[in-house]
Design a protein around this ligand. Sequence first.
Ligand code: HEC
Ligand code: HEC
Length: 318
Amino acid sequence: MSRYILTILGLLVIIIVPVSFIKKGTTTKEELGKLLFFDPILSRNYTISCASCHKPGYAFADTSAVSRGVARRKGSRNTPSAMNVSLVSSFFWDGRAADLEEQALAPIENPSEMNLPLPEALSRLKNNKKYYRLFEEAFNSEPTARNLAMAIAAFERTLETSDSPFDNWKFSDDSNAVADNVKRGFALFSGKGKCTSCHFGSNFTNNEFRNIGLFNAKNLNDSGRSLISGNKEDVGKFKTPGLRNVAITAPYMHNGMFKTLKQVIDFYNDPGKVVPNAINRDSLLAKPLGLTSPEKKDIEAFLRSLTDKRFYKVFKRK
Ligand code: HEC
Ligand code: HEC
């Protein structure tokens, strides 16, 4: 009899111990952050998630000039890609968040985005059995503002891309990875086009704020960085965006005013022609570049070569 009980107990131990291991302590911050990024639970009426605007198929950017949040409310700026953000030193077009953790909570409370007060977001997560358990597993703690921000930021840091034809050419020394137009385009981007004065490094950004001439205090009236710094000389400056996957993150600029890369390059070629009354345009862009039409096409080919392989399908449709 006692042997019988011991056998049963033994069997139970064999079954229960591994099952409890599977259930506990297996969730990482990154995995939890991914679930939260895609979950509308963080919006007031349970309709909008981070991924509604940062669409995975489009390098976590949006396809419209400005995105719509809860109750279809329109924001005022274009949604940037949430990829390749590990090395970024300030967030938002005006740099108002210093790190990804600080950034992550802002859209939840923003009235034209998810419009959910943080205490309410936290009580929803605490009252949700699945999330309560996952926060315990990932952080050994119940949901808190800090953990929520840390989980989302940890997921975003996994979204790095470096598997593009350009990378294969430049960094894996495969000279056949790109066609000649891409090579010519890169030479123009770094030379005659002067683009590398601001777009350089592994993500093609100086991580600075610059005024490229899209502010005229009239129809173009987002004063950008100066709203945060309070400095007059920052009027019309915006964060130089990185350019990885830029072929699929249209429309472009802080206000989404250009629909295609061709329009962007035409603008840079002669900014004064597109926005004649711009205030404080950067001196680097004082004179027209004088790019010929084949040269413009080469620069576009170079920009397209920055598309990570995982996005080729979307890229081909464009
Ligand atoms: C309604 C659309 C919308 C939703 C929902 C949204 N975002 Fe954004 N996101 C934007 C817009 C627009 C900006 C740029 C705003 C600005 O610069 O003022 C932005 C900026 C960002 C940036 C900064 C990128 C950079 O390079 O500066 C990150 C990161 C980001 N969002 C992550 C998130 C996360 C995480 C969530 C969910 C908690 C989220 N977003 C929800 C539209 C949205
Ligand atoms: C003086 C610095 C500077 C120079 C030079 C410059 N850029 Fe930019 N670039 C920026 C800034 C700042 C923005 C964002 C401006 C805004 O939204 O108002 C930007 C935006 C862009 C965008 C839009 C990206 C997006 O996600 O919306 C592209 C594409 C681009 N630049 C390509 C180029 C090319 C190609 C050249 C050379 C012909 C160039 N840039 C030269 C600073 C610069």
